[in-house]
Design a protein. Structure first.
Length: 316
């Protein structure tokens, strides 16, 4: 029988088929003859303690303007699936957390969930990277404005960012003596009520913020360097950065070696790490992207590789 793959994601109407990594996963699963079922977070529920989803089977089409058809919605236990992909974009807010509780209930009843729900909760994409200080630039997480200001004074040039952002949103590039430091901190930490990350500025950002994809602890051999546009300090594609695929360096592979065993132990099957210069800056576990860009540059099938690993897990 065909493997039944469920996907919890953002609204399917928002998918850009030219770049979306979840779409690449759908294509890879479809190529294997798997059945694919679409859900959003709002479609998950617990019924007498059993995890349910209001799911619609997806049928992929060749027409890029009309690329899918959906069957009628059916309420079904999540355990009727073989595997569930959690692909909802951040923020990791209360609704995201509740979705992981429901997915975890199905996991406890035997469903393979990628990535592991507990680890989606535990591994904040900014904070998790700091567990490997040997890989990171000087970094501080604090809600204390005096401590954050002292970090700027010490390192002279820093990046401030919120712990729950994505796509380069609300990232501030600050130098010592900047008269806007006060208002920047008030904006980010809500007058001392919210934790903020400060990182020493890495000048190699001009060469790109590299996204390295890791499947079951093994890196894809090529990264996507997201190079900031002129006058911009953020390399994120969503912030106007330009993507340039390139082979991993020895330093990139060393960074992966420092975290790979922990990723596997935590059930983080598909991860995207961000590396600027010689430094790890983030570990993305919710919905890592850049599959299609790297695929096109080097004629790869990264999503297909992921599906093969999932198949191996199901057969264990």
């Amino acid at each position: 029988m065909a493997i039944k793959l469920g996907i919890v994601m953002d609204p399917i109407t928002t998918v850009n088929t030219k770049k979306d990594s979840t779409y690449a996963m759908m294509l890879a699963a479809d190529a294997k003859g798997w059945e694919i079922y679409y859900m959003e977070q709002k479609d998950l529920s617990l019924v007498q303690g059993e995890a349910y989803g209001s799911m619609q089977r997806i049928h992929l089409k060749q027409d890029p303007e009309n690329w899918y058809a959906l069957d009628n919605s059916v309420d079904s236990p999540l355990t009727q699936l073989d595997v569930l992909l959690m692909r909802k974009d951040p923020p990791v807010d209360s609704e995201f957390i509740y979705a992981t509780y429901i997915a975890e209930r199905a996991e406890q009843q035997g469903l393979l969930v990628v990535n592991k729900p507990q680890s989606l909760r535990d591994c904040n994409e900014k904070v998790f990277a700091t567990a490997y200080p040997q890989c990171c630039p000087p970094v501080l997480i604090s809600r204390n404005p005096k401590q954050l200001r002292a970090f700027v004074d010490e390192h002279q040039h820093v990046i401030f960012k919120p712990l729950d952002g994505m796509g380069g949103t609300s990232i501030f590039n600050v130098k010592a003596g900047d008269p806007n430091i006060g208002v920047i901190l008030e904006t980010l930490n809500n007058f001392g009520e919210t934790q903020v990350m400060a990182q020493r500025y890495i000048t190699e950002i001009s060469k790109g913020d590299k996204r390295i994809l890791i499947i079951d602890g093994k890196p894809i051999d090529y990264a996507l360097a997201r190079i900031p546009s002129k006058g911009e300090h953020r390399g994120n594609l969503a912030a106007g950065g330009r993507g340039e695929a390139q082979p991993l360096t020895d330093r990139d592979r060393w960074i992966v070696s420092q975290i790979a065993d922990d990723l596997k132990a935590r059930g983080l099957l598909f991860v995207g790490i961000d590396v600027i210069g010689d430094y790890l800056t983030e570990i993305n576990v919710t919905s890592p992207t850049c599959i299609q860009e790297i695929n096109r540059a080097y004629d790869l099938d990264i999503a297909g590789d992921l599906m093969c690993v999932i198949e191996q897990k199901l057969n264990q």
